[in-house]
Design a protein around this ligand. Sequence first.
Ligand SMILES: [Zn+2]
Ligand SMILES: [Zn+2]
Length: 341
Amino acid sequence: MKAIVYEGPNILNYKEVPDVSPKPQEVKIRVKACGICGSDVHGYLGLTGRRIEPMIMGHEFAGEVVELGEGVTDYQIGNKVAVYPVDFCGECEMCKKGDVHLCLNKRAFGVLDVDGAFAEYICIPAKSCFKVADHVPYAVGSLMEPLAVAYRGVGHAGDLTGKTVLLVGTGTIGLLALACVKMKNPAKILVSDLSDNRLEVAKAMGADIVINPGKENFKEVIESHTAGKGVDVAIEAVGAVQTVQQAMSALAFSGTAVWIGNNKQMVEINMQEIVTRELKAEGSFLYGYQEFETVVELLNSGRLNVYPLISEEITLEQAPEYFKKLAQAPGNLIKVVVIDK
Ligand SMILES: [Zn+2]
Ligand SMILES: [Zn+2]
């Protein structure tokens, strides 16, 4: 079969690799869609130590079941599935508690030296598959994983009914968080980013007000749309100094910030503002198995509008060229998805 193999910093090759066949309790999947994640691009540049060559990346994927390993009874050939990209043991202390995402023996597909889905086929445990409805395009199915990240983040903000919510940053996670916020009946959604193109996508996905802090006074715009009070909830999906500061400074008294962005280690924030305004900040990281289950249901129900954030659908062969583009000059690209055309 063909795959994209990471063979060292800046080296990604489209080549023939050995075919795979399912072990007991596994299914073989024809990969129909696999998204390029920011962490893949950083891995490709050799910056994170989280990709050990030679390996195949790709952890945001959906596909069609083409072969069943021994003992698989819940799936049939032809099933359309999205994949929880973690193999968990089911036996360890954490798994027994139900926290399979913290499994002590977990293997994450497309990370470290475990092969992922930038390939024609992949074998994965049947328990990591989720059935996707016929009406959901494979490309949208491949968004389940980042969607689960966004969904968990938004969950930290609690009930959003009637609240004013600010999203800082419109990368994949920021925009998917927007889709999740939209579903929770807020009074108003404000979105901030330095790219007008991304803000247009945010509008298409339901943002009420968009702010470009590179061109307008961030604080003034927030105040003018919140009767001078600030927002109830701010969701930070960048992880840079300025954006964390923006999220905090936009909050109303006793407001809550959720930090999903994960970039900088040290960020200076105005502590006095947090103390005197009784602000809260909560971190959010990855997702659990149950959140994955929930987002699959939400997408299957048609309640989430996420398609606008897919900028381009490319072939496996084109992927190395797009990694380069995303690393050097992403321009207007948000989510690029490799599709089996
Ligand atoms: Zn990812
Ligand atoms: Zn385990």
